[in-house]
Design a protein around this ligand. Structure first.
Ligand code: ATP
Ligand code: MG
Length: 428
């Protein structure tokens, strides 16, 4: 059964038992906009215990704040009891929630007017704060007093920037003023949550707009730890109609890399910034490698390389960074053709793909010679660090096309290297 039909059934079941129930939140907003629906949240006058008594299949996912996940026809729905949030003590969570009987009370605690609407099972709108008009006027504003709302929960400031960028909304003057006034409260928000919001901004519909608002509000400057990106250096990424605009790229990791390339944050500094932002080690590595590879290609421009030398460099470098990163950067070269100029980038656009296709080995497992073979060549026939180094060199030579991936030729080359080593050894 379709998700929406299943959700309507949940509303009907609740009302059959005498409870009120509505669609709320993102579903209502996205339906009014004709956007794709990802999930459907439901609010009800029934208490969690009552909800659990109505439905045979459920998971008590968040009882302390009134949420039961109901499984209807195979679809999970978060069903949350109407609540009002009494006191916020630490700028991030209500110190107590109390269940209420009126849907308007529940909508009042929500962050923005466009998120504070409800719908009946027949899609009749309940809109006490003018969310529909704001959507039409492309306006984002807090429900109630914006300063108070940001003091209650400072994460809302990041959500404000995210929703503005994602939905192309202008932030209402009062809401924006409050955000700028309260920016320092971001220090109370866990960096995991800051990172999650940033990821949604950068991966979203219009990261350029998000970056502009982050820049103008100086919000990241106030995070718990130093995670501010020097956005003043990256203005061309969010200038109107810029060839550098970060919006063009579809891979979020490349968007991040493009951002750091232009804000001038590099390897070690970048790695620690990303880790402080609680990115995983794997994602951190991917972003850092993308930045490094762009820098590496840039550095070839001044080196007057011949086409053959460039091909070798490129192939060796591809091996070092791996196929995925290399292909990502090639894609970047095409997307940002107007920004990545110069002979080297031009060559990569013409030849890069075929150079990649010519690379015969991407790892030691592809190499037609193994560590044991090399051990045999050594005078003492013992394993040691030299074997690893030699294998790496043979791998790079093979990737670059200086040697074919053939056992006999590779053995030959290895024998030469061993001889050189022994000679050097006997010379002291
Ligand atoms: P999306 O899922 O696309 O981010 P959404 O509106 O569904 O959008 P959620 O974070 O899933 O956002 O939250 C669901 C609803 O809960 C929101 O629409 C809003 O009404 C309310 N809400 C969520 N977070 C907050 C918050 N920090 N302060 C006040 N209300 C909130
Ligand atoms: Mg949602």
């Amino acid at each position: 059964m379709q998700m929406i039909e299943a959700a309507r059934e949940v509303l009907r079941q609740l009302s059959l038992k005498g409870f009120q129930a509505y669609f709320v939140g993102g579903f209502v907003r996205d339906r009014l906009l004709g956007r794709n629906i990802k999930d459907i949240d439901i609010a009800t006058s029934a208490t969690p215990a009552e909800v659990m008594s109505v439905f045979p299949k459920f998971v008590p996912t968040g009882l302390q704040h009134g949420t039961v996940t109901v499984i209807q026809d195979g679809h999970p729905f978060e069903v949350t009891t109407y609540r009002s949030e009494a006191e916020y003590t630490d700028y991030r969570r209500p110190s107590s929630v109390s269940f209420v009987q009126d849907v308007t009370e529940d909508l009042k605690r929500r962050d923005f007017t466009i998120n504070a609407m409800a719908m009946t099972s027949d899609f009749e709108l309940v809109d006490p704060f003018g969310g529909q008009a704001d959507l039409r006027d492309k306006l984002l504003r807090c429900v109630g007093d914006p300063g108070e709302r940001f003091r209650e929960d400072a994460l809302r400031m990041l959500r404000c920037i995210r929703f503005s960028a994602e939905y192309g909304l202008r932030v209402h003057t009062d809401t924006w003023k409050a955000l700028r006034d309260q920016a320092s409260l971001l220090q109370h928000i866990a960096l995991e949550r800051v990172r999650a919001e940033l990821e949604r901004m950068i991966g979203g519909a219009k990261p350029s707009q998000a970056l502009r608002l982050l820049y103008e509000s100086n919000l990241l400057h106030f995070a718990k730890k130093p995670v501010a990106i020097p956005l003043s250096r990256a203005e061309k990424l969010f200038a109107e109609e810029s060839a550098y605009s970060i919006d063009r790229m579809d891979d979020p990791l490349l968007r991040w890399a493009w951002l750091f390339v232009h804000s001038g944050v590099r390897t070690e500094q970048l790695r620690s910034l990303l880790l402080r932002l609680t990115f995983s080690k794997a994602v951190t590595k991917s972003i850092v490698e993308r930045v490094d590879l762009i820098d590496t290609v840039d550095s070839w421009e001044d080196q007057q390389l011949t086409a053959a030398q460039l091909s070798e460099r490129f192939k060796e470098t591809s091996l070092r960074f791996g196929l995925e990163t290399t292909e990502a950067i090639l894609k970047l070269a095409f997307t940002y053709e107007a920004c990545l100029t110069g002979k080297v980038w031009e060559q990569l656009r013409i030849q890069g793909q075929s150079w990649i296709a010519e690379i015969p080995v991407w790892g030691l497992k592809d190499l037609d010679i193994k560590g044991n073979d090399l051990q045999e060549l050594l005078p003492n026939k013992q394993a040691g660090p030299f074997i690893g180094l030699l294998l790496d060199r043979l791998l790079a030579d093979t990737a670059a096309g200086r040697v074919p991936n053939e056992r006999d030729t590779l053995l030959e080359r290895a024998r030469d290297a061993v001889e050189q080593l022994v000679e050097r050894g006997t010379q002291g």
